[in-house]
Design a protein around this ligand. Structure first.
Ligand code: HAM
Length: 415
């Protein structure tokens, strides 16, 4: 769990601003839900046999003895809020997005934290394959706006079909892997019982080789599921989005049905944690948590991973300090206070010296803050009414009166 300080926080603010701008352009509205939820919400949605629920949740009894959990993800929370407000009675289609911290007790490493942050989006009430394509295009657009080009991304797609289709496939997989029990590690043997699909995305190279010859779900789906998936793919290529079908992609959360996807970065030094985001359809989740049958789809991006993929140093995202007011003496100090206040309220980022320091020390501080201009004010300047505005880039000096000050600053610094 990290503290996020300046200048690093500027990069965060940049990513968050871009996220809001793009998501709002796609007509999504922000949803804010509590960090704490009752534990059964995640057990019932994310799934009892998933890594997240089995090993990673921050779960504890509150003072009333109720089991609560710090949200490990946002989809379950959005669905709970959707059901709690009977949102389907208010509008046929609901588009929500969220930004915020999530908590998973994982083995921490680069790009993997215990408190991490997601930008997520969920849309309720739409079943058409055009929505799946729109959602993936939005994710790619979001990353592009943040500075990660689509040529540096790989979009992997798969479909999990309907739960009924998956049930018979699960048995086929169980049969296949049971014939190779000797090649399975402890983890995979356990998954064979609980969730054999998860063996497909094992990181173990031997198991990957084995999985390469396993039966493929896509081949066993009914016409409706296949057609939906093919339509999503054709809409994606019409949108100019390159994607690859990865029949081993399963995702780690139990609520998915139909289309699932992940976006990986091909650049940066993310190592094994190069999955920037993922998502998919969860057409049965609303009804399984007590709501009506409402189709839904969404994704979440990991903010820390996006930041690692962005090469620019945090300093490049720092806001510009337009003005540093260097003051010499008490009169100047008193004069500077209301002047700085007015400039600040007019949107001019201004720092005023409050220590009794030499001019040299003050200008050094102005440089350290990367101020664009310094206003030098002493008794003489106040008496003559001629203030000295120094451009700290070009080192040019400009004589200004108090009345001209704001306009001159705007001339010299573009905000
Ligand atoms: P997820 O794949 O579990 O999906 O997480 C989405 C993204 O969150 C990951 O791709 C990764 O970038 C980031 N992430 C996950 N765990 C960590 C961690 N420990 N440290 C840093 N980053 C992490 C979901 O959470 C689903 N709720 C997405 C979704 C929304 N599906 C439908 N709607």
């Amino acid at each position: 769990m990290n503290d996020i300080l300046p200048p690093e926080v500027s990069k965060w603010q940049f990513v968050e601003e871009k996220a809001r701008a793009v998501l709002e352009a796609f007509a999504y509205r922000e949803l804010r839900t509590p960090i704490l939820e009752y534990t059964p919400l995640f057990v019932r949605s994310v799934g009892e046999d998933t890594e997240v629920v089995e090993k990673q949740m921050y779960t504890f009894a509150d003072r009333d003895g109720q089991s609560v959990t710090m949200r490990p993800e946002g989809t379950a929370c959005a669905v709970r809020a959707y059901i709690a407000r009977s949102q389907w009675n208010r509008e046929p289609v609901t588009r929500w997005y969220y930004l915020g911290p999530m908590f998973r007790h994982e083995r921490a490493q680069r790009g993997r934290l215990r408190q991490f942050h997601q930008v997520g989006a969920e849309v309720f009430g739409l079943a058409a394959p055009t929505v799946d394509a729109e959602m993936i295009a939005m994710l790619v657009a979001l990353l592009a706006e943040m500075g990660i080009k689509s040529s540096d991304l790989e979009v992997a797609l798969n479909t999990l079909g309907e739960p009924e289709e998956r049930a018979s496939y699960r048995e086929a997989l169980r049969g296949y892997f049971s014939n190779h029990l000797d090649k399975l590690d402890e983890d995979s043997r356990q998954r064979l019982q609980t969730n054999p699909l998860r063996i497909l995305d094992s990181k173990d190279p031997d198991i990957q080789t084995l999985a390469a010859h396993a039966p493929v779900l896509l081949d066993r789906l009914g016409d409706t599921s296949k057609r939906h998936f093919e339509t999503v793919r054709s809409h994606l290529s019409a949108l100019g989005i390159q994607s690859v079908v990865d029949t081993k992609l399963v995702r780690g959360l139990d609520y998915y049905t139909g289309t699932i996807f992940e976006v990986k970065a091909k650049l940066g030094d993310l190592g094994a944690q190069n999955t920037l985001g993922g998502g998919g359809r969860y057409d049965r989740l609303v009804s399984s948590l007590g709501g009506p049958e409402v189709p839904a789809i969404g994704f979440a991006l990991g903010v820390e991973r996006v930041l690692l993929a962005l090469a620019e140093p945090a300093e490049d995202f720092e806001p510009v300090l337009a003005l540093f007011i260097a003051v010499l003496g008490d009169k100047a100090q008193a004069w500077a206070l209301p002047v700085a206040h007015r400039l600040r309220m007019a949107g001019v980022r201004t720092e005023v010296e409050h220590r009794q320091a030499s001019l040299k020390a003050q200008l050094k501080r102005a440089d350290a803050l990367k101020a664009r201009l310094a206003l030098i004010v002493g008794d003489n300047e106040l008496q003559s009414g001629k203030l000295v505005l120094r451009d700290l880039g070009t080192r040019q000096q400009h004589e200004v009166t108090e009345a001209e000050l704001e306009a001159r600053i705007r001339q010299l610094v573009d905000f």
